[in-house]
Design a binder for this molecule. Structure first.
Ligand code: SF4
Ligand code: SF4
Length: 247
């Protein structure tokens, strides 16, 4: 059970949720709540599709949902080298990946620089009294270039047809957890899910190992209805404040 409310700025905000609330519950209940507020733009999303021109993150668990065999790709790293265009350079052109049509609709970021990551986390811990986990989560929050869906020449998502999603039942998780009027707390939870899901995607693609991200909640389960929202709402205020004052 999730409780939402509408703020004085007409944002949809999360008030509380039960301990057992899963990521699947969160999107389902958000979808139900937005329809109870027809006075807001999000009361009727159908046919709007404006947010379908944004960069749409594809999380690790979305790969299977989109029909992509991540394990097969991970065992064939050459398949993830773009055939012609460079990954992430021109979002209006789907990038062609050698021999794998299934990933034609994905645009990949650069692989994470793990040496830079280790150095940055070590320095954050050395400069402040924050824990290694806090430093890691802050690093991952600020350094998570997502895999995204490619776009049509119009700039719209490759799956948007006549203003409607042609993959609605199998769209990436973040499509269901996004509203253009989210409150601060809801947006933070959404961002954390996307960041952790992005690092999980790097793992699925074989770019990093599970041992690099032992804290990542996505390692605990293989579907959105088994993962708890509470595992993603980290309290990083103390860590952020310490780093803010340091710099
Ligand atoms: S969430 Fe997206 S589809 Fe819904 S009203 Fe906002 S921009 Fe339009
Ligand atoms: S997958 Fe569907 S809902 Fe998501 S951005 Fe593309 S068209 Fe929109």
């Amino acid at each position: 059970m999730v409780e939402f409310f509408i703020t004085e700025n007409n944002e949809i905000e999360i008030a509380s949720y039960d301990a057992g609330t899963t990521l699947a519950d969160l999107t389902a209940e958000l979808e139900a709540f937005r329809k109870t507020a027809p006075e807001l733009k999000t009361g009727k999303c159908k046919g709007c599709g404006e947010c379908c021109s944004d960069n749409i993150p594809v999380l690790g668990l979305d790969l299977a949902l989109l029909g992509i065999d991540a394990a097969a790709l991970a065992s064939d790293p050459a398949a993830l080298e773009p055939g012609s265009a460079s990954a992430g350079s021109d979002l209006s052109k789907p990038v062609s990946y050698s021999g794998h049509d299934a990933v034609d609709f994905l645009v990949l970021p650069d692989k994470p620089d793990m040496a830079f990551r280790r150095k940055a986390i070590k320095e954050m811990c050395g400069w402040t009294s924050i824990s290694e986990l806090e430093a890691t989560l802050l690093f991952e929050y600020n350094n998570a270039e997502p895999l995204i869906l490619s776009r049509q020449a119009s700039g719209e998502c490759c799956f948007l047809k006549d203003g409607l999603c042609s993959r609605y039942g199998r769209r990436p998780y973040s499509c269901g957890l996004y509203l253009c009027n989210m409150g601060k707390r809801l947006a933070y939870i959404q961002e954390m899910i996307v960041r952790q899901g992005t690092w999980h995607a790097y793992c699925k693609l074989g770019w990093i190992s599970k041992a690099d991200i032992p804290h990542n909640p996505f390692l605990k389960a293989d579907s959105y209805d088994k993962l708890l929202v509470s595992d993603f709402e980290y309290d990083l205020r103390n860590a952020s404040e310490q780093l803010f004052f340091y710099f």
